[in-house]
Design a protein around this ligand. Structure first.
Ligand SMILES: *[C@@H]1O[C@H](CO)[C@@H](O)[C@H](O)[C@H]1NC(C)=O
Length: 186
């Protein structure tokens, strides 16, 4: 006779499976709810972008609102870090016209400032200093817009960073919205 112990893991397994699935479904629900609310309040914030960005991080699937805030800020930080190195790489191209080069240089400096600012914003947020986190997150968001604006000041110049600046802008908007929601709940 086989020991009945071999039957025990099945209900246990099912229990974990169901509760894990439940947590995941709740996480996805919260992402949708949060993104819907955020997009409603901020017309610049795109619902689809918000959902796709947050869901891309597996941690988000069982995160609460507070944790979604950290995830969104970390996404912005990863993006800023990536954009800064991309700008640096582009600057090495010798064929760039001087105006574009100057703009890229500004962008490199702007993102170089944004990175420590975002790190500090995450620290502020984790210490529940939501006001400070908001100020710093807004400043990082401005850096992305300032970078993009630079290229627009001269006709015929095309920004090589438009997509990345837009991503950064959107991610910052998401983070700001969540910071404000968490703040209003605290
Ligand atoms: C930047 O953000 C976009 C949109 O969420 C994402 O697709 C991309 O992978 C991010 N890049 C980095 C380096 O995190």
């Amino acid at each position: 006779m086989r020991p009945s112990i071999s039957f025990l893991p099945l209900p246990l397994f099912l229990f974990f499976l169901i509760s894990f699935h439940g947590a995941t479904a709740r996480g996805i629900d919260l992402i949708h709810k949060t993104c819907r609310k955020s997009a409603k309040k901020d017309p610049n914030l795109r619902f689809d972008f918000c959902v796709t960005s947050l869901e891309a991080d597996p941690k988000s699937h069982c995160a609460d609102l507070q944790e979604l805030g950290v995830i969104s800020m970390e996404l912005a930080l990863a993006n800023a870090t990536h954009t800064r190195s991309h700008a640096k790489k582009l600057l090495k191209h010798k064929k760039l016209d001087p105006y574009t080069k100057a703009c890229l240089h500004d962008c490199f400096d702007l993102y170089s400032d944004a990175i420590p600012t975002l790190k500090q914003a995450i620290k502020d947020y984790n210490s529940k200093r939501y006001f400070d986190a908001n100020i710093k997150m807004s400043s990082a968001m401005d850096d992305a817009s300032t970078c993009e604006e630079g290229f627009k000041e001269k006709k015929g110049v095309v920004s090589p960073l438009t997509k990345r600046n837009n991503n950064m802008f959107q991610l910052s908007a998401i983070a700001l919205s969540i910071i404000n929601m968490v703040n209003s709940l605290s």
